[in-house]
Design a protein around this ligand. Structure first.
Ligand code: ISE
Length: 335
């Protein structure tokens, strides 16, 4: 049984504690921490009797009863805890982002590589969604030729007033940044953002919709329509155009109903409903991999690449120009 300590007991933290306690196998939450003691206690209640409560994440990381760590604290707090976990050689599942700056991501990547052990998995859970896996597997067969273009849509029904233009990159399209390069096994070279006619239903600090374009090193061109006040639902689509075929992800989770001379189906409005299974799968895979001492999911390189690409996209939102994605050479350790 993997003994897990969870850092951060907000909504997502409590959801992971519940997942490890009630919906996955092979691990148990033995300690939780949160800077707010009340929050930590709420988390411990979900884990059940005997779960230790900390307000200092360093103490949790160094607790000899904790084998592995789940980091679900706010992004700005990740770097220090990741470096501490690497120092003591404990395995980590870290919710996105890896760190809030590309420099901090690089620091963590260098420390992990120097430790000689792959310890960190990043919470890009969409890699565990069946629809994307099916497309990735289909591309890998070679039957359809090389991928050339990808079209994605990422629509939210609405976002709060606190959501601003850069968040369309950091909170929303960050999923496609990770997914798209993973599906075609390539890294990014440049990005661009085009602002179409704007919806009247958006708040003043957010441009919406936006079209983000990412070009990979081999030339694959990816367009992502990001539309976070589309009003009608949480609507996620992906199509990969290859030399001999177009592969479109099957999305509906609801049945098609024919009634009163009408064909209808439901559009989800909630990412936690649409990707519920993916969240469970990613944690189960992390637990299973911990027993084998490997990481199969997104790793520290993916976190670093996402951070550098996101910075370039935010720059492109302002400049309207094609912006380069300037990463360091991928270290052999991550190849
Ligand atoms: C949110 O954090 C997510 O992860 C959702 O998938 C995304 O659609 C939303 O825009 C984000 O705020």
């Amino acid at each position: 049984m993997l003994r897990v300590g969870v850092i951060g007991c907000g909504g997502m933290g409590r959801s992971h504690i519940d997942r490890i306690t009630n919906r996955t196998q092979g691990a148990q939450v033995v300690a939780v921490s949160d800077v707010f003691e009340e929050g930590a206690k709420k988390g411990a209640e979900i884990a059940g009797e005997g779960c230790k409560v900390y307000t200092d994440s360093k103490q949790l990381i160094n607790d000899p009863d904790v084998d592995a760590i789940v980091i679900v604290s706010p992004g700005f707090a990740h770097c220090e805890d990741l470096l501490e976990a690497i120092k003591v050689g404990k395995r980590v599942f870290c919710e996105k982002p890896l760190c809030t700056t590309a420099d901090d991501c690089k620091k963590v990547m260098d420390a992990e590589a120097a430790s000689g052990k792959h310890l960190i998995q990043l919470g890009f859970m969409r890699r565990y969604h069946k629809g994307y896996i099916q497309i990735k597997d289909a591309i890998k067969t070679g039957e359809y030729g090389d991928p050339l273009i990808m079209h994605c849509t990422h629509r939210n029904p609405e976002v709060p007033e606190s959501y601003n233009t850069p968040m369309a990159v950091h909170d929303t399209v960050i999923h496609e940044i990770d997914l798209c390069h993973w599906m075609v096994d390539d890294d990014y070279e440049s990005v661009q953002v085009i602002m179409p006619k704007q919806t009247r239903y958006i708040h003043k600090n957010c441009k919406d919709p936006q079209i983000m374009i990412m070009r990979t090193k081999s030339g694959i061109t990816i367009d992502v329509e990001c539309f976070v006040n589309c009003l009608f639902g949480y609507d996620i689509n992906c199509e990969v155009v290859c030399e001999k075929a177009a592969l479109k992800m099957g999305t509906p989770i609801a049945p098609f109903i024919k009634k009163d001379a009408t064909l209808s189906t439901e559009v989800s409005t909630d990412c936690f409903v649409l990707f519920k299974e993916a969240y469970d799968e990613e944690i189960q895979n992390w637990i299973d991999c911990a027993a084998k001492g490997v990481i199969e999911g997104p790793n520290t390189w993916d976190g670093y690449l996402a951070a550098v690409t996101a910075d370039a996209l935010v720059k492109a939102q302002e400049s309207g120009q094609i912006e380069p994605v300037n990463t360091v050479e991928k270290p052999d350790f991550y190849k």
